[in-house]
Design a protein around this ligand. Structure first.
Ligand SMILES: *Cc1c(COP(=O)(O)O)cnc(C)c1O
Length: 367
């Protein structure tokens, strides 16, 4: 793997969109953005060539990218991505939440997929450049944000199983609504018989291939009337791992929390890590330890467990109300959002939006 040969500060060429979206059309989108369907006027593109390193950083009009039919990503799925949000703060400024953590995780994913690492400063600057270029793309709805999707893929044209020698790093932006407002109904989970990740596999990497493999189990959950799929460990098929794209926390009646430990098969969520810190600051004990489906059911039934929630950047914190497997079904607490779940969610959102003191240096202002 070639080491990156670029150094901060990075120079980005800017090619403004010749015909950005009309203001009235954009306003309509921003009043009701949904999630992941509308995209801002620009995108960032940076190229990598073996021997040359990262080069040609630019902010260009959002649009289709030329791709050779033999591009390695289309055949061997050498692709990784990230997801983070830019928020409009209470004082009118703009901030990212822990973008350095996304940059570090991106490089961990890159190493697992035999891809070149990207200087963390280049990752963060690329996101900043796009947010600044498209600062008029923040949703006007309460709780809205600008969702950023950095990703890297193998672009070399060849058929053969080896790491590509060429890559593209892109960042696109999509206005996002607040699809899980506080008081949102709790979700219903389907415990899948499929595995998401095995020891030694790519479970800890944020790669598109993991998601491709989760589509059938997710479709199965939907067709049975559930909202999300829950994966158990691939070895013993008893330990709870995570959802298709969110980590899980269990809240006990004594106020302590349990979350499955990172061990290579779980995606190390930045929301997860942030909530562990916040919960401990609230005086709640948090244990990163294995928790079985059977124990979960027993604890929910006995009342030893009172709440469960899922967490991730997109939905922040989502209460879990019901769990169903091929053989069984049980309800968590009252089946609705619990108090500790709502309190932790409010704490995190207040920090992200600049409404509460940022004592951890998590809020990365860019204007
Ligand atoms: C991205 C992701 C998460 C959540 O990570 P955050 O950094 O909190 O957004 C959890 N699980 C999977 C599989 C993911 O891809």
């Amino acid at each position: 793997m070639a080491t990156p040969d670029t150094a901060a500060p990075f120079t980005f060429a800017h090619q403004p969109h010749p015909s950005p979206m009309a203001a009235d059309v954009r306003a309509e989108i921003l009043a009701n953005p949904g999630f992941g369907t509308a995209f801002s006027d620009h995108m960032v593109s940076v190229s990598y060539d073996e021997g040359k390193g990262w080069h040609s950083a630019e902010v260009v009009p959002y649009g289709p990218i030329p791709l050779d039919p033999a591009a390695a990503v289309l055949h061997y799925a050498q692709e990784i991505f990230e997801g983070l949000k830019a928020y409009r703060l209470a004082d009118g400024g703009i901030a990212l939440f822990r973008p350095e953590a996304n940059a570090a995780r991106f490089n961990a994913s890159a190493e697992r997929l035999a891809m070149p690492v990207l200087p963390e400063g280049l990752f963060v600057q690329a996101v900043e450049e796009l947010v600044k270029a498209d600062k008029d793309w923040f949703p006007t709805v309460e709780g809205g944000s600008l969702y950023l999707r950095p990703f890297m893929f193998a672009s070399e044209a060849f058929l053969g199983v080896r790491p590509s020698k060429k890559y593209k790093f892109l960042v696109i932006a999509s206005p996002a609504g607040n699809y899980f407002k506080s008081g949102a109904p709790a979700v219903s989970l389907w415990v899948s018989d499929y595995s998401r990740a095995a020891p030694g596999g790519t479970g800890a990497a944020k790669c598109g291939g993991n998601y491709a493999a989760s589509l059938v189990p997710t479709a199965e959950a939907f067709s049975r009337g559930h909202d999300q799929v829950l994966f158990l460990d691939a070895v013993e098929r008893k330990w709870i791992e995570e959802l298709g794209g969110m980590n899980l926390f269990f809240v006990m009646a004594d106020g302590s929390l349990v979350t499955p430990p990172l061990g290579g098969t779980i995606l190390p969520g930045i929301t997860r890590e942030s909530l562990i810190k916040l919960a401990r600051e609230e005086g709640l004990a948090v244990r990163e330890e294995r928790y079985s489906l059977a124990q979960w059911q027993a604890d929910a039934t006995s009342g030893a467990l009172i709440e469960t929630f899922a967490c991730g950047t997109a939905a922040v914190v989502t209460p879990v109300g019901k769990v169903t497997s091929a053989s069984d079904s049980f309800v968590i607490g009252s089946g609705g959002p619990g108090q500790i779940t709502q309190k932790l969610r409010s704490r995190l959102v207040a920090i992200q939006r600049g409404e509460a003191a940022d004592t951890h240096g998590w809020v990365h202002r860019i204007g």
